[in-house]
Design a protein around this ligand. Structure first.
Ligand code: GTP
Ligand code: MG
Length: 213
């Protein structure tokens, strides 16, 4: 999913980005922090999928609309991820640094993603690994081993994040969008016409909003 504008108007893109990972790792919290600057300790499991839209003034000439798909951790055991992943152009895969089992599940999510969605040229969508809740643990994982893990398993990169303390969420998003934009550079303008985008869901109109499915 992508969009483009005329040279005069500048460029506009619409990117569908997935946020996936095990139950309770902080996917909803990361999105809430990023889009609404809010955090709560209260846990309410996402059912199915939620959406949020973030508009980024990327540079003086480029506007990026990020449509964030917050997919419930329990969906890995359901049949809907193929539907949710459709036309995504990037993904965050999140784990909780305080729970090893959520890191072990990262590759299951990555395989699920790669087996169900691809970019138009057949390559995997860029995925960024988020080691969340880093406020609860110092020196999570060794940086070198995480770099190797990312290289070996096809992640574009990784970030230690905290939705609670607002650490690295903007940076990780910027990094993911850079990777997504790099994949869109070669598209001729008629292929990135924003008016041709067909969303699976009703359009989101406000600048930043979230909406329950
Ligand atoms: P599902 O919707 O069930 O898949 O879970 P989720 O990944 O959306 O997790 P959610 O964002 O609901 O967070 C689960 C719990 O972790 C909540 O109690 C949050 O307050 C807490 N939490 C999320 N991010 C952080 C963080 O960065 N630091 C700390 N300390 N707690 C966090
Ligand atoms: Mg959630």
């Amino acid at each position: 999913m992508a969009g483009g504008g005329s040279a005069l108007e500048g460029r506009e893109y619409l990117f569908k980005v997935l946020v996936i990972g095990e139950l309770g790792v902080g996917k909803t919290s990361i999105i809430k922090r990023y889009v609404h600057q809010l955090f709560s300790h209260h846990y309410r499991a996402t059912i199915g999928v939620d959406f949020a839209l973030k508009v980024i003034n990327w540079d003086s000439n480029t506007l990026v609309r990020l449509q964030l798909w917050d997919i419930a951790g329990q969906e890995r055991f359901g049949n809907m991820t193929r539907v949710y992943y459709k036309e995504a152009v990037g993904a965050f895969i999140v784990f909780d640094v305080t729970r090893c089992s959520t890191f072990e599940a990262v590759l299951k999510w990555k395989n699920d993603l790669d087996s169900k969605v691809k970019l138009p040229d057949g390559s995997p969508v860029p995925a960024v690994l988020l080691a969340n809740k880093c406020d609860q643990k110092d020196g999570t994982k060794n940086d070198v081993s995480m770099d190797d893990f990312c290289k070996e398993n096809g992640f574009a990169g990784w970030f230690e994040t905290s939705a609670k303390e607002n650490r690295n969420i903007e940076e990780a998003t910027r990094f993911l969008v850079e990777n997504i934009l790099a994949n869109n550079k070669g598209l001729p303008s008629e292929d990135v016409d924003v008016t041709k985008i067909k969303l699976d869901q009703p359009p989101l109109t406000a600048d930043s909003q979230s909406q329950c499915c």
